[in-house]
Design a protein around this ligand. Structure first.
Ligand SMILES: Cc1cc2nc3c(=O)[nH]c(=O)nc-3n(C[C@H](O)[C@H](O)[C@H](O)COP(=O)(O)O)c2cc1C
Length: 150
C-alpha cells in the first residue's frame, strides 16, 4: 500500500496551555513513530488546529478516526486526503508550531474546508497548497518554550 496524506483543521474546546500541548505532542510522537506517521501540527492562540498526517493509508485513516473523536477539539474538517509520492514532513514525527491566527486564516483561504468524515473521496493536496504550507511552516520561528518540542 502506498503513501497517503491527510490535512484537516479543527477548533480546540478550551485553549491548550503549554503543559497540555507538551503532553499531547509527547503522546503523539510516540504513537506516530511506532506507526510510521509524520506530519505537522499548527496551533493558533485563538484555539485552531491544522494538522498534516502522512504515512500508510490505513495508518493515517485509523489515526484520523481517533483524533476526530478526541473530546479536546471539535469541528474537524478534512481539506484534502489522498495518495502522495513522497512525505513533505519526512523528518518530523509531529512537527509543532504556534501560528498567528490571521496568518493561518490567510493560508486557509486557498484551501476550502470540507465535511468532517472520511467517506467522501477528496482530491489529494494540490502541490501549490502544499508548497504554501511548507513555506508557511519554514517561516515560523519556534517560540523559546517550544524549543524542547522540536
Ligand atoms: C489536535 C490533535 C492532534 C492530535 N494528533 C495526534 C497524533 O498525531 N498522533 C497521536 O497518536 N495522537 C494524536 N492526538 C491524540 C488522539 O486524539 C488520541 O487522544 C490518542 O491517539 C489516544 O487515543 P486513544 O485514547 O483512543 O488511545 C491528537 C489530538 C488532538 C486534539
Amino acid at each position: 500500500m502506498g503513501l497517503h496524506q491527510l490535512i484537516y483543521q479543527s477548533h480546540s474546546l478550551v485553549p491548550f496551555a503549554t503543559p497540555e500541548l507538551t503532553a499531547l505532542l509527547h503522546q503523539s510522537r510516540a504513537y506516530n513513530q511506532a506507526h510510521g506517521i509524520t506530519g505537522i501540527l499548527l496551533y493558533t492562540p485563538d484555539g485552531r488546529f491544522l494538522q498534516v498526517l502522512e504515512g500508510e493509508r490505513d495508518e493515517v485513516r485509523g489515526l484520523y478516526r481517533r483524533i476526530q473523536t478526541d473530546p479536546r477539539h471539535y469541528d474537524c474538517r478534512v481539506f484534502s486526503e489522498g495518495p502522495c509520492r513522497q512525505r513533505s514532513f519526512a523528518t518530523w514525527t509531529m512537527g509543532f508550531r504556534v501560528a498567528q491566527a490571521q496568518d493561518l486564516r490567510k493560508l486557509l483561504r486557498s484551501v476550502p474546508p470540507d465535511a468532517p468524515g472520511l467517506l467522501v473521496p477528496r482530491p489529494p493536496t494540490r502541490p501549490e497548497v502544499l508548497a504554501l504550507l511548507l513555506d508557511f511552516v519554514a517561516n515560523i520561528e519556534p517560540k523559546p518554550w517550544q524549543e524542547h518540542l522540536q
